[in-house]
Design a protein around this ligand. Structure first.
Ligand code: CP
Length: 316
């Protein structure tokens, strides 16, 4: 039995390299189903319950796609305003989890509050997956990011990986923690005011990650095998982009991966981004040989297929 079977997946903590490699090997098999644009009946009869208290494009839709590719079905909500959470009753997450455990066999929870998916896991025996909680973790994004690096670079070990952007973002917490299981070197590259918060510095150090903090992309860009981009100006998760147009601070040029910086990358370097993007990753980068962020978004499906089947303890 794997470490995933029947368990919650709310953090990458507690999972080691062997666990990740087990999932990646299964994801490679799942990828054949995805690439063949076909389906399998591995999870036929199983129901995935979506509980999205925050909006999503990739995470939610790729989980749905993953479940359907394996013959399962999907219920749930993608906007709490369409449930009793959003009306006069302001129904609690506790009560909603108690309902959803009757309606689904595995739950995927995205929530603006740190720790909400973990709390959901204490309310029910049905396995809970964290689809992103506040500025805490996004553990399934970390899995697909590592899988992308493994597929696109052939290895995760011995790479120099630069994380660029606001280090308060949850993608910069789960991925470095998971990366600590490999022999890669990480660079946290950000303006000082959005550097990696000290509790996360302590966590990645404790996990054994080899890392440096840097305040300029210019210092290190030529050395990187992987450059993982995000913006240095954290967007609000709650307000639409057009609504903030007048008050939104401009992305400083030094934090934009423009054509001048692109030319300085190693010829075999790859560019990742969890998406959605803002000005830090101009559309002109899409034509670069190094751009891998749409492939990265695609790998979400086989990786989430593998995770669902491991947690539900059914194997190809
Ligand atoms: N990468 C990611 O989490 O995207 P969504 O917010 O669209 O799910």
């Amino acid at each position: 039995m794997s470490n995933y079977a029947g368990n919650d997946f709310v953090t990458v903590k507690g999972f080691d390299r062997a666990d990740f490699e087990q999932l990646f090997e299964l994801a490679q098999n799942m990828d054949k189903i995805v690439k063949g644009r076909t389906t399998d009946d591995l999870l036929q009869g199983s129901i995935l319950g979506l509980m999205f208290f925050q909006v999503s494009t990739r995470t939610r839709i790729s989980f749905e796609s993953a479940m359907r590719r394996l013959g399962g079905s999907v219920v749930g909500f993608v906007d709490p305003k369409t449930t009793r959470i959003g009306d006069y009753y302001a129904e609690s997450m506790h009560d909603v989890v108690r309902m959803m455990e009757n309606y689904a066999d595995i739950l995927v929870v995205r929530h603006p509050e740190n720790g909400a998916p973990e709390r959901a896991g204490t309310i029910t025996d049905v396995p809970v997956i964290n689809a992103g909680d506040g500025d805490n973790e996004h553990p399934t994004q970390a899995l697909l990011d590592l899988y992308t690096i493994r597929c696109e670079k052939g290895t995760i070990d011995d790479l120099q990986i630069g994380f660029v952007g606001d280090m308060n973002l949850r993608v910069f917490h789960s991925l470095p923690l998971a990366l600590a299981q490999y022999k890669a070197k990480a660079y946290f590259i950000s303006p000082p005011e959005v550097s990696l918060p000290s509790p996360w510095i302590d966590k990645v150090r404790e996990a054994g990650l080899d890392f440096e903090e840097i305040t300029s992309m210019d210092e290190i860009i030529e050395e990187l095998d992987v450059i993982y981009m995000e913006g240095v100006k954290t967007p609000s998760y709650h307000i639409g982009r057009t609504e903030t147009a007048e008050t939104r601070p401009e992305m400083p040029q030094e934090w934009i991966l423009d054509s001048k910086k692109l030319k300085r990358l190693k010829s075999d370097a790859i560019i990742l981004h969890p998406l959605p993007r803002t000005e830090e990753l101009p559309m002109e980068v899409d034509a670069s040989e190094s751009a891998r962020y749409f492939a990265q978004a695609g790998y979400a499906v086989p990786v989430r297929m593998a995770l669902l089947s491991l947690i539900l303890d059914r194997n190809l």
